[in-house]
Write a protein that binds this ligand. Sequence first.
Ligand code: IFM
Length: 448
Amino acid sequence: MKFPDHFIWGTSTSSYQIEGAVNEDGRGSSVWDEACRYQSIVQDGRSGDPACDHYHRWAEDIGIMKEIGVQAYRMSISWPRILPDGTSKINQKGLDFYLRLVEELVKNGVTPYITLFHWDFPYALYRKGGMLNDESPDWFAEYAGIVTEKLSTLVSHWITLNEPQCYIDLGHRIGFHAPGLTLPMNEVLRAAHNMLLAHGKMVMAMRAAAKQPLKIGIAPACMVVCPENEKDTALARNETFRVKAGTTFNNTWWLDPVFLGSYPEDGLRAYEKDLPPIGADDMKIIHQPIDFLGQNIYHGTVVRKSADGRAEYVAPKAGGEMTDMGWNVVPQSLYWGPKFFYERYRKPIIISENGMANLDWVSADGKVHDPQRIEFMRRYIRENLRAIQDGVDVRGYFYWSLLDNFEWERGYTKRFGLVYVDYETQQRPIKDSGRWYHDLIVSNGEIL
Ligand code: IFM
């Protein structure tokens, strides 16, 4: 059982979840800074400061990556560190921080993958209307061009948006995430449309500013519906790609415009009375040629055909495997997800996030034993290999996350890392799973 020779093994993080140093070196405020301070959306009442203090400990963290043996590191850029007001005035110190980080990664043989937007939207732009301001796509483009100009000599792999469904739906419809809004559906869809335009305009700006040919992708949250049996495959595929009214948590409303150049018909029907104005050239802007699809997949649902031919969701078994997030363990989502999406969009796939939160602690022997995480990874990655063996073009796997970190509305209560973080001392022991991942990488999957 081996992965293709070119397969990339990496880990992921994001700026607000690990960096800390929110008031240092000219960084501006983001909607998450403000939400943590003024809205009680975070369970433990904490914020992304100091998180893992990565802003000061980045060199140590690269050392840890080397010890684990990761070949690539997916990180995100804090927009308000680069442009404290969101546009115009560049904060050189912010850009220099990322240049140093990227230089050191490359020097250490770790390939950087950069995500430009992982939710830390500049507060100054939120005050100008945020995603409801139709100028917002241009703000994203300006920011993307500046970062690309600075870093693209060394960085060839880029992701425009991370899980836009979360930023828009959790942040603008349900209010669980910053900026904590509960807007009506017509405004949510307008914000979503602007987010898609932002993606397209970012790609254009990045290609224009690039110092070398870039590989650009997008990393949505992928909702995967798996068939209970092979005979339920068509049903599961339909459910995976179906747009349901009342939420933008779906796959095709976001990805059909990006990869196919149009909104899905069932979505246009489901959202009919709330549709945003769609300009004549909008789809052309959104549908830029890009190079890969990043899939963030953690769990899935299972479906079978009912007696009258409808989709019947299979309830997880009582007391079944579950992570500390309360997410069901559905390893076959890493088979069906890549398979269904590859069939629909025909683009190389990177598993840009997969992982689990676990109740980890440091044992008396000073180590962190996390057998469940090892088992989780083993099961999921095996399924991913099965997809590759069935002809799906999966190019890499990025475990979420390198470090335990600030898990948004759950604060520091959830630990996803291969590396344990003691937030008081900032010590970082590598967990058993990190050691296991090392062996997996060295054997290119053979130890599975
Ligand atoms: O921590 C998040 C990450 O920021 C986005 N994807 C899911 C992870 C786990 O919830």
